[in-house]
Design a protein around this ligand. Structure first.
Ligand SMILES: NC(=O)c1ccc[n+]([C@@H]2O[C@H](COP(=O)([O-])OP(=O)(O)OC[C@H]3O[C@@H](n4cnc5c(N)ncnc54)[C@H](OP(=O)(O)O)[C@@H]3O)[C@@H](O)[C@H]2O)c1
Length: 261
């Protein structure tokens, strides 16, 4: 990211477990120092830090509840205080609570917008300010990158998880606006997985069946998604677009969310 010899540092949100952890490990394996964000999964976050440290050296964990704007605004400064600098943010943390048009209300939408839309925008804003500070301090070639985790369902809509889907649709739109507003110093890229990991609402057997439901006969694996995030962070020409990593699931039409199929 920067031609200096300083190690690159990335903040991965929601990195204690699941996809965020896979992304953190892939980036650590690629030499990135990883700031592991978590909310409630403290022990898992420590395990991720230990695993990243085995691969890359310095890593550390930071808690923040993304429904709390002050906690969100403090996160990037805390990471910078710890590591001295920050090069990238991967917005993987996500609230995923069920509602539909019958149960929809302001409270559910607001919670999802805080965690899934406003937080990634504030973290991108903070990274951009930090990169501008570095330029002002004489690091003329300072650059940054943001990856926002989206969802193939934005291109293949169904009426389930209405607030979640609206929050991710807003994040996809924010990605375009941020890519324009933060260029040339900070790139912004979306990565949209298909069904990658199961949820408490799916049996293992059902998950296996649904994972195969795609033109390629397989949706994404955590490793596929993590490799795409790494590619998006490191390719200096990509901004303002989304990479769909879903075996082509977005080309199909599903009537319900996977969790309810
Ligand atoms: N998994 C899939 O198959 C799939 C498919 C399509 C898209 N995606 C997208 O890929 C990303 C990662 O998916 P995932 O399944 O790994 O996500 P996940 O397990 O649903 O959530 C990841 C983490 O987000 C954190 N989080 C949730 N609400 C938060 C809040 N208010 N403040 C701070 N942290 C919060 C939680 O951290 P704590 O545990 O520490 O509380 C949680 O462990 C998400 O953006 C998701 O939308 C995933």
């Amino acid at each position: 990211m920067s031609p200096t010899s300083r190690p690159r540092t990335v903040l991965v949100t929601g990195a204690a477990k699941r996809l965020g952890r896979s992304i953190a490990l892939a980036l650590a394996a690629g030499g990135w120092q990883v700031a592991v964000h978590y909310r409630a999964s403290a022990q898992d976050a420590m395990d991720t830090v230990a695993a990243c440290a085995d691969l890359a050296g310095a890593s550390a964990h930071f808690d923040a509840d993304f429904e709390d704007e002050t906690a969100v605004r403090n996160l990037v400064p805390r990471v910078i205080t710890h590591f001295g600098s920050l090069d990238a943010v991967v917005n993987s943390a996500s609230l995923f609570e069920h509602d539909d048009v019958q149960t929809f209300g302001f409270a559910a939408l607001e919670k999802h917008l805080r965690s899934n839309t406003a937080t990634p925008v504030l973290l991108a804003q903070a990274l951009h300010r930090h990169v501008a500070d570095r330029v002002a301090a004489g690091e003329a070639d300072a650059r940054g990158a943001v990856v926002n985790l989206l969802d193939q369902k934005l291109w293949n809509q169904n009426p389930d998880f209405m607030s979640y889907t609206l929050s991710k649709a807003a994040l996809e739109a924010a990605g375009t606006m941020l890519a324009l507003a933060l260029a040339p110093r900070v790139r912004v890229v979306g990565v949209a997985p298909g069904l990658t990991l199961t949820s408490h609402m799916l049996s293992d057997e059902k998950f296996t069946q649904l994972h195969a439901l795609s033109p390629l006969g397989r949706s994404s694996t955590p490793e596929d998604v993590a490799a795409t995030v790494k590619f998006a962070l490191e390719n200096q020409s990509i901004t303002g677009t989304t990479l769909l990593v879903d075996g082509g699931q977005h080309l199909m039409k599903f009537e319900r969310d996977f969790s309810l199929m």
